[in-house]
Design a protein around this ligand. Structure first.
Ligand code: ZN
Length: 568
């Protein structure tokens, strides 16, 4: 006990310290013994497995330097592994000289560590196929070939990387040159579609690619930089995108070009296989251009669509690409609107007044916002602008002449006064009250376009109940005044309101206030009786019922079908 309670220097120490010291020593001794035992037990054959050998190099090295006798692997004493390559230490059975036999040729030596071409080619293969270190080791060990260390494959990757990028850059330059020539030629004759389209674009040079790819993007990049493995922040991302560009521009044979560029042998097997692959790709490409192929593809797509539509009809929508947007709409459809609330339908009264209503919006879809509300009831007129919080659809903006510049709402490049939406809603309701005890809103395509927008807008300010109390329903003038195929209001106005007093108004079509006056003029022109307008009115309860039914089906169909896109 006394001996063990002293330190190495012979000083007395605490018992706990002495015990710790002795434990450390024991562990060290044990591990030394284990290593020694393992070394003694290690017979080369047990863990030999398989190796990747360059047969030419190996055969050249299997001769004794001293006596010229052929060497035998059965006299191998040691193996030093360098990634996929190995150096065998073989003793000559004649002169007993120990010879180092590498299984592969080295391309360069850094700090005494040779870099073997098989490792460089493995790194290039990883870039080309899009697999990483983990995947290549899984594959190798499955074939019973020893795994490569991460540092080895990285070192090889850094060696081939510049060549990959160089080839990618060259291929892009060639593609630009080719495109230039084709463009020049196309000024003389129409451009052959197959040539230019099959090349990587100028914008796709390796430096300009986005850092991560998705399935929708170019499949070449998606294969090499898959989302499932994180390469975005590493230098490998750049190399992998460059490899994708090479594949796109140069085809499968780009590997041979890269091999030559970084001083590796082109590889007979590589060349043969890549050439065949390239031929296969070109054949497939040519086949895909044929009319028969395209017809069949459309047929199969149609069949698949029918099957999926049947499934959707049976089970509801389970998945679509861009699901997030759909889910948002589904949630909005479920929560945003009026729930199960239904207005009570009041009977139609004799003194019911007709109010012509028109709105201008930022766009065509359900998400568009109202910018202008106008109404007209005999001599009473109402028109107010609101500042939208979403941007304008450029087609809608062009039609209406409304746009936002520098935080101001402009109508035909002139600033117009806007009011807060809540104020406009209040004023609009006050205007309707002024028109009569009960009103029918009249508009061109009002049921599909204006009414849903107006109801949604008023709902935000809590006046839906008041609105439904006042409004009997909506009369759509499209079926009443359409003349054969001519049904758009601006076309009808152009054709039938030819008097000089209409001229300046017809030019101002697509302003809500002007449109109200024009519609009033058209109704007058066609002598539409009030009874016809009453008979065509869609009661507000029916309108709400239709809206709710539409919302229930909303998620399975495109919203365009439910919120009309016809511009009145
Ligand atoms: Zn010898």
């Amino acid at each position: 006990m006394a001996a063990s309670s002293r330190s190495k220097a012979g000083r007395f120490v605490k018992k706990s310290v002495a015990e710790r010291n002795s434990r450390g020593t024991e562990n060290l001794l044990r591990s030394h013994a284990k290593k020694k035992e393992a070394k003694e037990q290690r017979t080369f054959i047990h863990e030999v497995g398989r190796r990747v050998v360059d047969l030419t190099t190996f055969a050249k090295n299997m001769w004794c330097d001293a006596c010229g006798e052929v060497l035998s692997l059965s006299h191998m004493e040691k193996e030093v592994r360098r990634g996929l390559a190995s150096v065998f230490y073989v003793r000559c059975r004649v002169c007993l000289e120990l010879k180092q036999v590498p299984t592969d040729s080295a391309v360069k030596h850094d700090d005494g560590y040779p870099l073997y071409s098989v490792n460089c080619k493995a790194a290039l293969g990883c870039l080309d196929t899009g697999i990483g270190h983990e995947q290549i080791n899984s594959w190798l060990t499955a074939v019973n070939i020893p795994a490569i260390m991460h540092s080895t494959i990285k070192r090889a990757e850094r060696f081939v990387g510049p060549a990959v990028e160089e080839v990618a850059r060259e291929s892009c330059r060639d593609a630009i040159q080719e495109e230039k020539e084709l463009t020049l030629q196309s000024q003389k004759r129409p451009l052959a579609p197959s040539d230019a389209q099959n090349r990587c674009d100028v914008g796709e040079t390796p430096k300009k690619r986005r850092p991560c790819s998705s399935q929708q993007e170019d499949e070449n990049v998606a294969t090499r930089v898959p989302k499932s493995r994180f390469y975005c922040s590493s230098t490998a991302n750049k190399l992998r995108v460059a490899a994708a560009v090479c594949q796109k521009n140069r085809g499968a044979a780009h590997v041979v070009e890269i091999n030559q560029k970084c001083g590796l042998s082109p590889g007979g097997v590589t060349m043969k296989y890549r050439k065949l692959a390239e031929e296969r790709r070109q054949k497939k490409c040519a086949l895909q251009q044929t009319v028969q192929f395209r017809r069949r593809r459309l047929l199969l797509k149609g069949n698949a669509d029918r099957v999926s539509n049947r499934v959707v009809a049976r089970e509801g929508l389970t998945y679509v690409s861009g699901m997030g947007n759909t889910m948002e709409r589904a949630v909005a459809a479920a929560t945003d609107t009026f729930g199960s609330w239904m207005p009570l339908q009041k009977p139609l009264e004799d003194h019911c007044q007709f109010v012509i209503v028109d709105i201008e919006t930022t766009g065509f879809g359900a998400g568009a916002q109202i910018v202008q509300v106008a109404a007209k009831c005999q001599m009473l007129e109402f028109s107010q602008y609101m500042m939208p919080t979403t941007s304008f659809n450029h087609i809608a903006s062009e039609k209406t002449g409304l746009s936002v510049h520098g935080g101001q709402l402009m109508y035909n490049s002139k600033r117009v006064d806007t009011s807060p939406p809540a104020q406009v809603a209040r004023d609009f309701m006050d205007f309707l009250h002024k028109c009569g005890q009960q009103v029918i809103l009249v508009g061109h395509n009002i049921v599909r376009f204006d009414a849903p927008h107006i109801v949604k807008w008023l709902h935000q300010f809590g006046v839906t109940a008041e609105f439904c109390d006042l409004v009997y329903g909506f009369t759509d003038t499209v079926p009443i005044i359409r003349q054969g195929k001519v049904q758009k209001q601006d076309l009808l106005a152009q054709q039938y309101l030819t008097g000089p007093e209409w001229q300046h108004l017809v030019k101002g079509a697509h302003n809500a206030a002007t449109d109200c006056v024009l519609l009033s003029g058209l109704l007058e022109h066609f002598n539409i009786e009030h009874d016809i307008m009453r008979g065509n009115a869609l009661p507000i309860r029916t309108f709400f019922e239709r809206q709710q039914a539409a919302k229930r089906r909303h998620i399975t169909r495109d919203e365009k079908e439910w919120y009309g896109t016809v511009w009145d």
